[in-house]
Design a protein around this ligand. Structure first.
Ligand code: N01
Length: 487
């Protein structure tokens, strides 16, 4: 059976687009979900302390406000429950095929053919909403597979993992590690944190929401909207530093240094925990308990580098061997080299991965020449360092929906012109070197060649304005061969 639209993923991206397409009258939409529940990255990431670092007032669908957030910064369980509720309230569940893993997606003649573990699914249009923070990255460290204890990744945290009384190593000090480490330290007898690069940490302002506030948000939806707007504006001001004048980050750096001084008395430890790169070049962390965790007697910060992993533990570069029961890899995700992009083939056997490698151009980070009727949610150069990704996803609704309407109405293959994609990609790329992400640090925003194919270098309203409409002159609309043959 040929469907109108197939979507990979039922996180914020997949659910939002399915709901939006139905509102536009496009109901023959199938969502392929590899798991047995909705929720994307908020279903998968279950490590202790996992939480969103964007305020809850802004981190939700604009069309499905939630007056019930229990904290001003939501924990992952509540975000996952919110997505589950949205899927039920908007009756999306019947459209989802759970336990469907896509192994190959290809444009064949006039349609997308997606191979799954339950056979092929065909559709005229394809929205790739598989997320970019989904595929855990295992560190390339000598001997890691020889470890005889338990080796876990923060992104695939076993629900039954009990660290009580265990000797634990954490590799990495990124956003996941900063959230998990204080919790691990509470349970483990000994925790050693292997830091390659220190993280900039700022105090966390999150706090439980008062029942009164929740009642107000419930009774007066306008009040919640007002707060959402205010949070949006204050986050947007950060673009002035992230994108326009990275030197403005020195204010944040001073604040972070003061915070480190306040939390850490030992000058040597303080120095180890103080980053030497421009704040914002890697994600800025917020935490009130991360830094002070290193003052606990059962916690050690190891910054000598890892020489190798052995069956019993880790040997650091200075030759010290430490034994562990559990090694936690808090080593992030495969983003620019996301394996899902490797199995999506457009014309001429080019894969979507080429767009992340910076080898082919894209329009708005969502459509790609040579990939007819295909749209990537949070594709190349749409990620943010300062605000809500849900805003970026919602910005894509009008463009993607209109393009799909054109494809379905005309029974055609719609794709951006090479000129339009070239102009967009070049404009974005020209802006990136002077942003904070071009300040010289190594991060997951950069691909193998050091090209930033991940972040959006501008205000989010600039992105929304640019992608607000489908511009016919920027697209090629080719009638399907079968359509031509029958008319
Ligand atoms: O991953 P990361 P993450 N040896 O890639 C280290 C989002 N997120 O899962 O900095 C030793 O940031 C690596 O070291 P270095 C958010 O967008 C959001 O923490 O490369 N160390 C780094 O310290 C975030 O940016 C929330 O030198 C190695 C760490 O591992 C993104 O997810 C919460 C190593 C990886 O950090 C990814 O965050 C959590 C090696 N071989 C995550 N390899 C929210 O709050 C890697 N490292 C919304």
């Amino acid at each position: 059976m040929l469907h109108d639209v197939v979507i990979i993923g039922s996180g914020f991206g997949g659910l939002g687009h399915a709901i939006n397409l139905r509102r536009a009258g496009i109901a023959d939409v199938v969502i392929l979900e590899k798991a047995t529940q909705v929720g994307g990255t908020w279903r998968e990431n279950r490590y202790p302390g996992c939480r969103c670092d964007v305020p809850s007032a802004l981190y939700s669908f604009s069309f499905a406000p939630n007056p019930e957030w229990s904290n001003t910064y939501s924990f992952r369980g509540e975000i996952w429950q919110y997505l589950d509720k949205v899927a039920r309230d908007f009756n999306v569940l019947p459209q989802i095929r759970f336990d469907h893993t896509v192994t190959d997606a290809r444009w064949v003649d006039d349609r997308w053919v997606l191979q799954t573990n339950h056979g092929p699914v065909e559709a005229r249009c394809f929205i790739m909403a598989g997320g970019f923070l989904m595929e855990p990255r295992r560190p390339d460290i000598e001997g890691i597979d020889s470890f005889a204890g338990q080796l876990v990744h923060t992104a695939t945290w076993p629900d039954d993992l009990d660290l009580t009384g265990k000797k634990v190593a954490v590799i990495g000090t990124g956003a996941s590690a900063v959230q998990a480490i204080p919790h691990i330290a509470n349970d483990a007898t000994q925790l050693d944190v292997y830091q390659r690069t220190a993280a900039w940490i700022l105090p966390h302002s999150g706090h439980p929401t008062r029942p009164f506030t929740r009642r107000v948000f419930k009774l007066i939806p306008g009040a919640a909207k007002l707060v959402r707007g205010w949070v949006y504006l204050t986050r947007e001001l950060l673009v002035l530093a992230f994108v326009r004048q990275p030197e403005r980050m020195t204010r944040g750096e001073e604040q972070s240094r003061e915070f480190i001084a306040q939390e850490i008395a030992d000058p040597a430890l303080r120095k180890k925990l103080t980053p030497t790169y421009r704040m914002g070049c890697k994600r800025v962390m917020i935490s009130n308990d991360y830094l002070r965790t290193f003052t606990r007697l059962n916690v050690e910060l190891v910054s000598d580098g890892i020489a190798r992993v052995t069956p019993t533990g880790i040997v650091s570069r200075d030759g010290t061997a430490r034994d562990y029961d559990v090694i936690v890899m808090a080593t992030g995700f495969m983003v620019a080299d996301n394996p899902l992009a490797e199995i999506i083939y457009g014309r001429d056997d080019v894969t979507l991965a080429a767009a992340y490698r910076g080898e082919i151009d894209h329009l708005y980070g969502t459509s790609v020449p040579g990939f007819p009727n295909m749209y990537v949610v949070t594709g190349p150069n749409t990620a943010l360092g300062h605000s809500s990704m849900v805003f970026m996803m919602e910005s894509q609704y009008p463009y993607i929906t209109r393009s799909i309407e054109v494809a379905l109405d005309k029974q055609a293959a719609v794709e951006p012109t090479r000129d339009a994609a070239r102009a967009w990609t070049q404009t974005v790329r020209d802006k990136l070197p002077s942003t904070v992400w071009g300040a010289g640090c190594q991060s997951w925003y950069l691909n193998d060649q050091g090209i930033n194919t991940i972040t959006w270098p501008g205000f989010t309203f600039e992105y929304r304005r640019a992608i607000a409409s489908y511009k016919p002159a920027d697209h090629v609309v080719a009638p399907s061969p079968h359509h031509v043959a029958t008319h």
